[in-house]
Design a protein around this ligand. Structure first.
Ligand code: PGA
Length: 332
């Protein structure tokens, strides 16, 4: 596994007349740390269990970790901060992307209690990063190569993404798997490189309708999780994010019911426990993805093992993306 990059300070260095953008240090809230539970009002004015757990010295917004799993550790409870990521896929030119983030910035720049991430196409990463710099909105890429550099036409490395202030990267999306032939072992190599490069991977898994109908959902998820996350140490497992995205629900308008989604998430958490331990598995955030809309988001996010969403179509419209983000605060 490649060596970890030294943490760098966010900002530009002007050595030799060249402006070099250095990646921001990762927020220290991942993985969730134990800490005293405090009460903090959410935007819907309901008091929610929350706690400030930001490690000193990081430039992130104070973290409020919201979802409790009931795993008690003395006086402390492990809680997971929900995360909503917009996967724009191959949509939006640079100017459209900038207009979009200017629009959501008005509502989300200072948002607390949820991590908000936008994942534009590679071409718009830098422009979007400039608009959201200094806000609570994070930047993610939709894919990356596991090698540092070399003859890989069309590919982009983790180092290139870090230089653009990217903190997240989607790995193993079903479209990458089905349209571009990505395998679980590719996913595994990418996840390892991302973690070693201080990028938080959002690792996608999910079954097709045919597999679900054949009763193979659990075996498909098991293979994807166990192969995709093979040989990843416990302490690193804690910091990654997984996304359960039933393929039959992606872009189809057919959402998994909250029960179906919860079952998938619970199963994945059980697999993660088998690969680590109870405490580690309870720290890992699992997003739901597949036709999430403002109308169904709240009910999905209320499920105990659902820690936010990976949003495709509905993340392209500023109003619907903002509504989805806000719905997680009321679902804690
Ligand atoms: P969708 O896409 O929200 O449009 O279904 C989700 C995804 O592909 O991540």
């Amino acid at each position: 596994m490649p060596g970890k990059q030294a943490p760098a300070k966010r900002g530009a260095s002007h050595a030799d007349g060249v402006v070099k953008f250095l990646p921001a240090p990762l927020c220290g809230v991942y993985p969730a740390k134990e800490g005293p539970v405090i009460q903090e009002p959410c935007s819907c004015n309901a008091a929610k269990p929350a706690r400030a757990a930001c490690r000193p010295g990081n430039d992130c917004a104070p973290a409020i970790l919201q979802k409790s799993n009931g795993l008690e550790n003395g006086l402390n409870t492990i809680m997971r901060k929900p995360i909503i990521a917009g996967n724009w896929k191959m949509n939006k030119t640079v100017s459209e992307a900038v207009d979009f983030v200017e629009a959501i910035k008005r509502d989300l720049a200072d948002i607390k209690g949820v991590d908000v991430v936008v994942c534009p196409p590679f071409t718009a990463l830098q422009a979007v990063g400039n608009v959201i710099a200094g806000t609570a909105i994070g930047l993610g890429a939709q894919n990356m190569h596991w090698e540092k550099s070399g003859a890989f036409t069309g590919a982009v490395s983790a180092g290139m993404l870090r230089e653009l202030y990217c903190h997240y990267v989607i790995i193993g999306h079903s479209e990458r798997r089905s349209l571009f032939g990505e395998t679980d072992s590719d996913v595994n190599r990418k996840v390892k490189t991302a973690l070693a490069s201080n990028l938080l991977p959002i690792v996608c898994v999910g079954e097709t309708l045919k597999q679900r109908k054949a009763g193979k959902t659990e075996s498909v998820l098991k293979t994807q999780i166990e192969k995709g996350l093979k040989n990843i140490e416990k302490k690193e497992l804690k910091s990654l994010i997984t996304a359960y995205e039933p393929i039959w629900a992606i872009g189809t308008g057919v959402t998994a019911t909250p029960d179906q989604a919860q079952q998938g998430h619970q199963f994945i958490r059980g697999l993660l426990k088998g690969m680590s331990d109870e405490k580690t598995s309870q720290s890992i955030r699992i997003q739901y993805g597949g036709s999430v809309k403002p109308e169904n988001a709240g009910e999905l996010f209320q499920q105990p093992d659902i820690d936010g969403g990976l949003i495709g179509g509905a993340s392209l419209d500023a109003d619907s993306f903002v509504r989805i983000v806000k719905s997680v605060l009321c679902a804690g």
